[in-house]
Design a protein around this ligand. Structure first.
Ligand code: NAP
Length: 233
């Protein structure tokens, strides 16, 4: 059975993705910081190794890698766990550098660290890397400078990886707005009930895994209406 590592799988898009892959019979390694939430999210899933911890922590990353290595190859790495930064989102002139460091550690350096550590099992499978990005990487929304620039860095890192790692597939995946805790934190006090559930985005992400289009940046909204080949052309 194929193997995936999904970070941030206790809630939101990560949880929905892990459940979809488990439903297809995949073996999974998943994480999130809060042990109880992660256990709740994965209790009914077979073939799941759930390891609580923080992706910015080197020791935790080593535990994830060891779990993957026990399973053999790694077909798909999904760098989904992410930090938004303070809520409400501050303008850049008031953005604390300590907060920004934490956002970059989570959204840029931890994904790259996992890619580096998991290069051998990814190579063995001719695997796929999916780095979850955001429209804030390409749009200049006031208040989104910290998070958005971290996702822009993740996008560029993904693009360079794609040029370097010709045997792998490397995707930046933009899910669009989703009704999740992170989205609520970005819009504190606002009614976000009109945003789609994260489960609605999973079919687009699965298309990347199933159809393995050329490496690149893909938006869920585009994948929902066109084939990956058409999106990329
Ligand atoms: N929601 C949106 O509208 C939206 C839009 C564009 C892009 N995105 C992107 O989509 C992805 C998923 O977002 P979401 O809205 O589903 O988020 P979410 O509902 O807040 O879930 C985030 C998940 O990641 C875990 N997590 C957070 N920081 C972590 C860390 N340092 N180490 C390990 N696990 C961590 C959380 O659990 P713990 O808190 O227990 O660690 C949780 O399981 C993110 O990359 C986000 O940037 C979201």
């Amino acid at each position: 059975m194929p193997v995936a590592l999904v970070t941030g799988a206790s809630r939101g898009l990560g949880r929905a993705t892990a459940r979809a892959l488990a439903g297809r019979g995949w073996s999974l390694v998943v994480d999130a910081r809060r042990d109880a939430d992660l256990a709740d999210a994965t209790a009914d899933l077979p073939r799941v190794v759930a390891i609580p911890g923080d992706v910015t922590d080197h020791g935790h990353r080593a535990d994830l890698v060891a779990a993957v290595e026990r399973l053999g190859e790694l077909d798909v790495l999904i760098n989904n766990a992410s930090a938004l930064g303070p809520s409400p989102l501050p303008p850049l002139r008031g953005c604390r550098l300590a907060d920004l460091r934490r956002v970059y550690e989570t959204n840029v350096l931890a994904p790259l660290a996992l890619i580096q550590l998991l290069a051998a099992p990814l190579d063995a499978a001719g695997g796929t890397i999916i780095n979850v990005s955001s429209d804030a990487a390409v749009e200049a929304y006031p208040g989104w400078g910290g998070y958005g620039s971290s996702k822009a860095a993740l996008d560029q890192l993904t693009a360079v990886l794609a040029a370097e790692e010709r045997e792998l597939r490397c995707y930046a995946f933009e899910p669009g707005d989703m009704r999740t805790d992170m989205h609520q934190a970005a819009f504190p006090g606002e009614d976000i009930s009109d945003r789609p559930e994260p489960e609605s985005v999973v079919p687009a992400l699965l298309r990347l895994i199933d159809e393995r289009p050329p490496s690149g940046r893909y938006r869920a909204a585009d994948l929902a209406v066109a084939s990956p080949a058409e999106v990329n052309s």
